[in-house]
Design a protein around this ligand. Structure first.
Ligand code: UDP
Ligand code: MG
Length: 324
């Protein structure tokens, strides 16, 4: 019986990357041409782009029918875009990467080699890039420190969304149904495993366009990650309540003793104002934390589909509304 090639899917999330998709395809082709024992499919996920990303992907598809397109009907965000690509990928292994060439295709043969040697998860580690600002590095470090302090699952630092997963883990990850998802965190939940390999790389600058993560979006992602992986803030709220209650009792005792035994009550209501405002603030913070979690529950219990997509392959179009 003839030996059939293994299939590797390459999932590329693209949101307004019109000037990057063709260059990425060119570089993928260049780097993968010497791997005759492997078949490839390239799954471009267009995450509701408003520029010519989709049209450019379709033009590429006319050249090469290994290109499949998952067109998300609006912008669902990077994590959902990767999920959609993963759902449609048919490969024995799936490689995830960004469309902006910050994940250089030159590393893919090495990833596949490691997979062929038996590694089932190949992760990458982003080495320090001199061009990254000190402020960005500081914020990222602080974020991971706080996250890991609060979270029961240790979340990997400097682990970009450039990775290979064996089919076994792809199928396993499909079992995670949460709306708010962070692949990095879900993988950390699976790890440690002995069959993991790491590749170090320095991410180059974007080939074209600008990062989609501004400060507000990054902050939201950071807060979501904490809420998703830790209930510690709720516990902290309780501790904060307990501490302020103890302080209030001590203060009350002090005022009582001052008034009835020392006959020297503290004059003025400045101290009262301060303590009332302090307690008010603590209560609002605690309510805010509880509100954030209730908001998350509200979103999750509805069990809405994660996205709405159209799957485009060269030989005819298939319609699909994913409901997972
Ligand atoms: N992306 C996406 N949906 C979004 C935002 C980003 O699919 O809502 C894609 C984007 O096109 C890119 C990748 O996710 O291929 C990483 O985004 P970006 O380069 O903006 O992030 P950065 O590298 O600056 O962290
Ligand atoms: Mg990028």
């Amino acid at each position: 019986m003839p030996k059939t090639n293994k299939l590797v899917s390459i999932v590329i999330s693209a949101y307004n990357e019109e000037n990057n998709v063709a260059e990425l395809y060119k570089q993928l082709k260049q780097n993968l041409q010497n791997m005759p024992a492997i078949d490839f499919e390239f799954i471009y996920v267009d995450d509701g782009s408003s520029d010519k990303t989709l049209a450019n992907c379709m033009a590429l598809q006319n050249e090469d029918e290994r290109i499949k397109i998952v067109q998300l009907k609006r912008n669902f965000g990077h994590e959902i875009a990767m999920t959609a690509g993963m759902d449609y990928a048919q490969g024995d292994a799936v490689i995830f990467m960004d469309a902006d060439l910050q994940h250089p295709p030159v590393y893919i043969p090495q990833m596949i080699e490691l997979w062929q040697q038996g590694k089932e998860i190949v992760l990458t580690k982003r080495l320090d890039n001199q061009a990254t600002s000190k402020l960005y590095k500081f914020c990222a470090k602080t974020f991971y420190y706080v996250l890991n302090l609060l979270s029961e699952t240790k979340i990997m630092e400097s682990a970009p969304d450039f990775r290979l997963l064996d089919r076994k883990y792809v199928d396993f990850l499909k079992g995670f149904n949460e709306q708010d998802r962070l692949f990095r965190g879900l993988l950390s939940w699976i790890l440690p495993q002995e069959n993991v390999a790491y590749i170090d790389f320095v991410a180059p600058e974007r080939f074209s366009g600008e990062s989609k993560y501004n400060f507000a979006k990054s902050l939201r992602l950071a807060i979501n990650s904490i809420l998703q992986f830790s209930v510690m803030p709720l516990r902290l709220a309780t501790y904060l309540g307990l501490i302020t209650a103890i302080l209030a009792v001590c203060l009350g005792l002090y005022v009582f003793v001052e008034h009835f035994f020392l006959h020297n009550p503290t004059p003025g209501y400045a101290t009262i104002m301060v303590s009332v405002m302090f307690l008010g603030a603590v209560q609002l913070i605690c309510l805010g934390i509880i509100g954030e979690y209730i908001g998350k529950i509200h979103v999750e219990v509805k069990k809405r589909p994660l996205y709405m997509a159209e799957y485009m392959v060269k030989k005819g179009k298939k319609r699909a509304q994913k409901d997972i």
